[in-house]
Design a protein around this ligand. Structure first.
Ligand code: OAD
Length: 244
């Protein structure tokens, strides 16, 4: 793939880069994207009907089982070439922030260091009532495991629809978006706020916006460079074009 020389020039001179990733970056690791995550038994539910406090209140076992199924899927996969290209980009860039909406932990697994997990991490589990984190829980097929401190139901430490994002992470992400010279939006449909607003915040502050996505998105008309294809193929080539 030939990249526009202007893009390479912007990238090699940038000292502050921010990257926002979504489910598409993990697609080549074998994980389904968020809006594509329903197969088999789960096909009868919309993700929004499983990832909300209301859904958990209505049917905690259904929600727990959906996350247990996804947690198992995550355990069996490895980062792909796109994740590793971002590790290399971080090592060459003085100020680099990787903001992710993914809960799979694959960026850290690959070796990325300055990672902001806006939507939590599926491997962490906490009490829905008192918030105590736990790493061990019994899994019987009848009921949702409970907290050893207060007896409340356990839930994944992820952000559900209608819940607030972790404040520190969101503030750092906004700061990175507002102060970067280049902002990448990679493998995200850009449909979910407030993450989707980060690209606009970067643009309003004069940052060059680069999109890497398998398909055009609502953000595409607003970006400076749209690179269409798989992130696991485009990102390694881009890093090679920049730093050899
Ligand atoms: P989506 O499933 O909405 O979008 C995935 C995007 O990845 C789409 O735009 C695809 O075109 C693109 N894509 C697929 N495969 C790709 C590949 N190999 N390389 C590059 N792009 C590829 O996932 P997100 O945008 O991450 O939040 O969804 C955002 C949030 O919506 C999720 O974090 C989740 C959900 O609501 C919460 O649960 C709070």
């Amino acid at each position: 793939m030939d990249f526009p020389s202007e893009l390479i020039r912007f990238l090699t001179s940038a000292t502050r880069i921010a990257v926002l990733t979504g489910a598409g970056v993990s697609q080549e690791s074998g994980l389904r994207t968020f809006r594509d995550a329903q197969i088999g038994f789960w096909a009868q539910y919309k993700p929004e009907d499983l990832a909300s406090p209301e859904a958990f209140a209505r049917d905690p076992k259904l929600v727990w089982d959906w996350y247990a199924w996804r947690r198992e899927a995550v355990k069996g996969v490895r980062p792909n070439a796109g994740h590793y290209a971002l590790v290399e980009m971080e090592s060459k860039t003085p100020e680099f922030t990787l903001i992710t909406q993914n809960v799979d932990g694959l960026h850290r697994f690959a070796g990325s260091k300055n990672v902001l997990e806006l939507h939590g991490n599926i491997q962490r589990v906490r009490c829905a009532d008192c918030g105590t984190f736990t790493e061990i829980w019994g899994d019987d097929s009848e009921s949702v495991p409970t907290c050893t401190v207060c007896g409340g139901l356990l839930r994944p430490d992820v952000v559900w629809f209608g819940e607030s994002l972790p404040r520190g992470e969101l503030e750092s992400a906004v700061l990175a978006a507002r102060s970067c010279q280049v902002f990448f939006s990679i493998g995200t449909s850009g449909l979910v706020q407030p993450a989707a607003a980060l690209a606009h915040a970067a643009r309003n502050n004069g940052s060059v916006i680069v999109e890497v996505n398998a398909e055009p998105t609502p953000l595409t008309p607003k970006v400076d460079f749209a690179l269409h294809g798989k992130s696991g193929e485009i990102l390694p080539k881009l890093v090679k074009a920049m730093w050899g």
